[in-house]
Design a protein around this ligand. Structure first.
Ligand SMILES: Cc1cc2nc3c(=O)[nH]c(=O)nc-3n(C[C@H](O)[C@H](O)[C@H](O)COP(=O)(O)O)c2cc1C
Length: 210
């Protein structure tokens, strides 16, 4: 099977597995018309994770779902770095704690990536529509994760800290981004240990134009 076909099949089977159904339908058909819509509507930002590692094959699949996102002229102006190394996560968190002692004082604080065991960093090169490309990439990752029973949290503050603090520079260097690329945001990934309610959405922002 071609690699792209394999990836599509894996994504689809993950979606189907998440709702234990035979066709591309979801469990509660009265609520959602299919599994994709269920993943979109049920995804929430997760800030509490189980103490359980995410297999590398799963993280790789999530990243491959990410780079299959639409992107301007298929220029793929993004870089993706997956970190599941506890020494890296704890090390940069120690730097963060030094500069943000209040955040670290929270009894639930485990690390600066909302306590997740793995982080996917997304970097952009500032050219063209790279930020839109990177945003779409991230949403693919987060929805694929949701479909596989994983939780995620999009993080702008963690990378803002890493970009601006000189003590964090060695950790940014370890990501080996090519010349011109800068961290845009990160995605915390792990098995969720909470089920937050959806925050309200303002549907008046949607209007048909007749
Ligand atoms: C660009 C961006 C940056 C974000 N940065 C953070 C962050 O630094 N820390 C955090 O806890 N959540 C962060 N979030 C998550 C949002 O707070 C969250 O998506 C929003 O409150 C809606 O909640 P929901 O994702 O559960 O639907 C970010 C989301 C986006 C899209």
């Amino acid at each position: 099977m071609k690699k792209t076909n394999w990836l599509a099949a894996a994504c689809l089977s993950a979606l189907l597995a998440s709702c234990q159904c035979n066709e591309q339908k979801c469990c509660d058909e009265s609520k959602y018309p299919n599994a994709v819509i269920e993943s979109i509507m049920e995804r929430r930002s997760i800030r509490k994770y189980q103490d359980r590692i995410v297999p590398r094959e799963t993280l790789q699949l999530l990243a491959e779902c990410g780079v299959n996102a639409p992107n301007a002229m298929n220029k793929q102006r993004w870089q993706v770095r997956i970190v599941d190394n506890a020494a890296y996560i704890d090390g940069i968190t120690d730097v963060y704690k030094k500069h943000n002692p209040k955040a670290a004082a929270d009894a639930n604080f485990k690390n600066m990536f909302r306590n997740a065991p793995a982080v996917i960093f997304v970097a952009s090169n500032g050219e063209g529509m790279t930020e839109i490309d990177c945003g779409l990439l991230g949403q693919n990752i987060m929805l694929a994760a949701q479909s596989m029973g994983l939780g995620t949290c999009c993080l702008g503050s963690a990378t803002a800290f890493m970009n601006s603090n000189t003590d964090a520079a060695p950790y940014v260097q370890q990501l080996e981004l090519p010349e011109g690329y800068k961290l845009l945001y990160a995605i915390a990934v792990g098995y969720p240990d909470e089920q937050p309610d959806a925050k309200p959405r303002d549907l008046t922002k949607i209007k048909f134009v007749d």
